[in-house]
Design a protein around this ligand. Structure first.
Ligand code: CMC
Length: 432
């Protein structure tokens, strides 16, 4: 844990004064340590949605929401997206430093040698309905990994933790691609270890036994960038879910399955799917004002998908990179002026000038353009969140490992403000 500073916060409750230590991070807000508050005052802190609560001390990822900055282990996301590649970023997130050439080669070898799934898992897939959503299949299959890989579920064993980590990074593309293949009724395509990580994923999604499929390098690079942009994002809902699940010492596969489930929601990873559906629903530029009005109407639950973020109160730095990638991919497929793209660009322009969005600091987030890119690459909307889950797996694992190895770690157990009925006697059914 970071050392306490000389400063402290003083809180006075019912006449009792308590001094609470303050810790400084490297950058970003300092924290007030409230762990002794309940013991000393009998009061809890109240923070639904954890808007003011740091749940852990982490050295992995940093976001400055006001500046619109995202750093993995100190390195800015735009530099990593431009100059690095996904597996190198995975190494960085998992081990803390950029690898040497030999370390990278070894890591790529280890990942590449774990890309296949246990053959019996093909039977497991066949238990799902044919029209199952790929995320529904992923929740089940990722959780089921602990039934197939018993030799890497002992979280007290460093080597088993390491094998589980590499297995998860290696197998997620196969799991996601097979969820897709199953949902469209095509045979599973096995991984090809001569391809790089992103190209192999596209091969498993788009090739069939009857036709040769060449992965376009621009597409593979776009896929790699999408993965890099989504690799980690500090203590977001799904990562916090993984940490909370892991705090009970559950095995890593079960923890990552919990993260997949949480990511599925439209307020989180499901937003890219919801965003493209919204752009299609808007359809034409002239209908934008109607949807902007709906987004502002407090009586209408509609929100502009792909806008707003709990932490970013500035342009999401991932959205900038994604916008560039969108241009490259759309040029490649020859769709530079599709109605959806026109709606997206105009929606972005109008919302950035609209007082409602300015006042609330609502900017496009990563999901605003990712759906357009993935769609142009040939993925159906139902695969968008599955691709996000695949890309985020490394972040979940890095955060899970950090938690397991943290001596401060205790089971996560939030408390509550109870406002229900007080103790009362049970009433027999015939007397109610
Ligand atoms: N459209 C219209 N109004 C919005 C939107 C939006 N997309 N997002 C927030 N607001 C308004 C909200 O109504 C509230 O207004 P008021 O103060 O007048 O009541 C204000 O902005 C603050 O909103 P909030 O709900 O308190 O903000 P939050 O931090 O709890 O929610 C969010 C963050 C991402 C859930 C939300 O902005 C949202 O629902 N966005 C759309 C879904 C989306 O794009 N999610 C992807 C997030 S990025 C990918 C990821 O990290 O998972």
């Amino acid at each position: 844990m970071t050392e306490a500073t000389k400063r402290s916060a003083t809180i006075s409750v019912d006449g009792k004064t308590v001094d609470l230590p303050i810790y400084d991070g490297t950058v970003g807000p300092s924290v007030i340590d409230v762990r002794k508050l309940y013991a000393e005052t009998g009061h809890f802190t109240y923070d639904p949605g954890f808007t003011s609560t740091a749940s852990c001390d982490s050295i992995i990822t940093y976001i400055d929401g006001d500046k619109g900055e995202l750093l993995y282990r100190g390195y800015p996301i735009d530099q990593l997206a431009d100059d690095s590649h996904y597996l190198e970023v995975c190494y960085l997130l998992l081990y803390g430093e950029l690898p040497s050439a030999a370390q990278l080669e070894d890591f790529e070898f280890r990942v590449t040698n774990h890309t296949m799934l246990h053959e019996q898992m093909t039977n497991f897939y066949r238990g799902f309905r044919r029209d199952a959503h790929p995320m529904a299949i992923m929740c089940g299959v990722v959780g089921a990994l602990s039934a197939f890989y018993h030799d890497s579920t002992d979280i007290t064993d460093l080597e088993q933790r390491e094998i589980a980590s590499v297995r998860m990074v290696a197998k997620m593309p196969t799991i996601a691609a097979w969820a897709y293949k199953y949902s469209i009724g095509q045979p599973f395509v096995y991984p090809r270890n001569d391809l790089d990580y992103a190209a192999n994923f596209m091969h498993m999604c788009f090739s069939t036994p009857c036709e040769k499929y060449e992965v376009d390098p621009i597409m593979a690079r776009a896929m790699d960038r999408i993965m890099t942009l989504h690799a980690d994002h500090e203590q977001n809902a799904s990562t916090s879910t993984v940490r909370l699940a892991g705090s009970s010492n559950a095995n890593p596969f079960a923890c990552i399955a919990a993260g997949v489930a949480c990511l599925w929601g439209p307020a989180h990873g499901g937003a890219n799917e919801a965003c493209l559906a919204m752009l299609k629903e808007i359809g034409t530029v002239d209908r934008i004002p109607e949807f902007i009005e709906r987004a502002k109407d407090k009586d209408d639950p509609f929100r502009l998908m792909g806008f707003g973020h709990r932490v970013y109160k500035n342009y999401d730095p991932r959205a900038k990179v994604m916008q560039e990638t969108a241009k490259e991919v759309l040029e490649l497929v020859g769709v530079t002026n599709s109605p959806i793209l026109q709606v997206a660009q105009e929606l972005e322009r109008i919302s950035l000038e609209d007082q409602y969005f300015i006042d609330r600091k609502l900017y496009p987030n990563v999901d605003f353009y990712s759906g357009i890119v993935l769609s142009a690459m040939g993925f159906p909307t139902s695969m968008f969140t599955a691709i996000f889950a695949m890309s985020r797996t490394v972040g979940w694992i890095a955060q899970w490992k950090e938690m397991v190895e943290d001596p401060q770690q205790r089971i996560g157990r939030p408390r509550q403000l109870y406002s229900g009925a007080g103790s009362r006697d049970y009433i027999d059914l015939n007397k109610r």
